[in-house]
Design a protein around this ligand. Structure first.
Ligand code: CDP
Length: 206
């Protein structure tokens, strides 16, 4: 079966957690597309050219252990404005989305640009304050030396860059369902996501 679930939303909104849970629920494969941009961003911090890094990206590059850092997140959002970088990452994402057995992709432009025909689309969001708190907890539990203020500033800066760029700006697809996770626990957010997808699945089967 081919069934694509597109999950977009701003930084640290809970897309990753929801995407993994939804993929496990349906037995679908999951691609965190942010990792592709993070890997290219990390390469630029090593002095590489971003377009060259995107064109020569290999799966092993997604295994670097520094990809989740705040520095790499910023570098990712800087390379993500470059049209040639986005173009170089298209084929891989398209192939993943249409694989047999179903796929969940999460990112910023999945429902709008990468998979406009995705069978189900979610836009997962939360207030900037809540998102910063969650990311702060995640980074500091890994021993990163960051403050909540820094993380909030980082989240806001990336949101602005991601939504104001000319190429594939972050925005909800017209046919997406928005889930605001500000006041939701993880299980509640996952339940809402599955419910929204179920509605699409049954609409398709009718
Ligand atoms: O985990 P978090 O939500 O903080 O970020 P991410 O999903 O790992 O994405 C890191 C950066 O990559 C974002 O700030 C975007 O600039 C970029 N990105 C993108 O432009 N398009 C995507 N489909 C995914 C990520």
């Amino acid at each position: 079966m081919r069934f694509t679930i597109a999950i977009d939303g701003p930084a640290a909104a809970g897309k990753g957690t929801i995407s993994k849970a939804v993929a496990a629920h349906y037995g679908f494969a999951h691609l965190d597309t942010g990792l592709l941009y993070r890997a290219v961003g990390a390469a630029t911090l090593d002095g590489k050219d971003p377009i060259e890094a995107a064109l020569t990206l290999v799966p092993k590059d997604l295994e670097r252990d520094d990809l989740r850092s705040a520095q790499v997140a910023q570098a990712a959002s800087r390379v993500a404005v470059i049209g040639e970088v986005r173009a170089a990452l298209l084929d891989f994402q398209h192939a993943f989305a249409r694989r047999d057995g179903g796929a969940v992709l999460d990112g910023r432009d999945i429902g709008t640009v990468i998979c406009p025909n995705a069978e189900a689309k979610l836009f997962v969001t939360a207030s900037a304050q809540v998102r910063a708190q969650r990311r702060y907890a995640e980074l500091s539990s890994k021993g990163a030396d960051v403050s909540l203020e820094q993380v909030l500033a980082d989240v806001k800066e990336r949101d602005a860059r991601d939504s104001e760029r000319a190429e594939a700006p972050m925005k909800p697809a017209e046919d997406s369902t928005t889930i605001d996770t500000s006041d939701l626990g993880i299980e509640e957010a996952i339940a809402k996501a599955v419910k929204a997808i179920e509605a699409r699945l049954s609409a398709r089967d009718r």
